[in-house]
Write a protein that binds this ligand. Sequence first.
Ligand code: ZN
Length: 163
Amino acid sequence: MDGNNSNVSDLPRFLAFGELKPLVKRLRMIGVDCAYDGGISLPNAIQSAICENRILLTTTSIASSIRLKVVKIPEINPDEQFKILLIEYPILRRGEHLSICLVCNEKLKLYNGETSVTIVPNSVFIRNLALLWCPKCTRIFWDGSHTERMRQKIKMLLNSINH
Ligand SMILES: [Zn+2]
């Protein structure tokens, strides 16, 4: 929703393995594609990363190879983990903020009357807010206090990185 002119498809894509859910959420907030499945085994995570051409983020020591790029994430607080990754990949700043479903990692689309689990309050329709829809979980999103808090968080995270 924060428009810019970069080509988002140029951004590296990630697959997180292990206790990295809070980091995953932060990446998705800034529009970075980061797959995550809490129940997946390490061999499957490696296989998926290779097949889908994703960089593997993990707290475990795994060697990178020609086919697999690995970034080891230290077990520190997620804001600090986020900073480490943004310093290593400054291009991630070009992500389109709040453009990805935080739950599913799906790119949100403009809502066009599709079936949804979300009941949109009348006040939202009255204010004529733009609605975004996740094709996977069918949730609908709009600008409100929740997105405002996320924007503040994103701003705080990005401003905390000196480069
Ligand atoms: Zn979703």
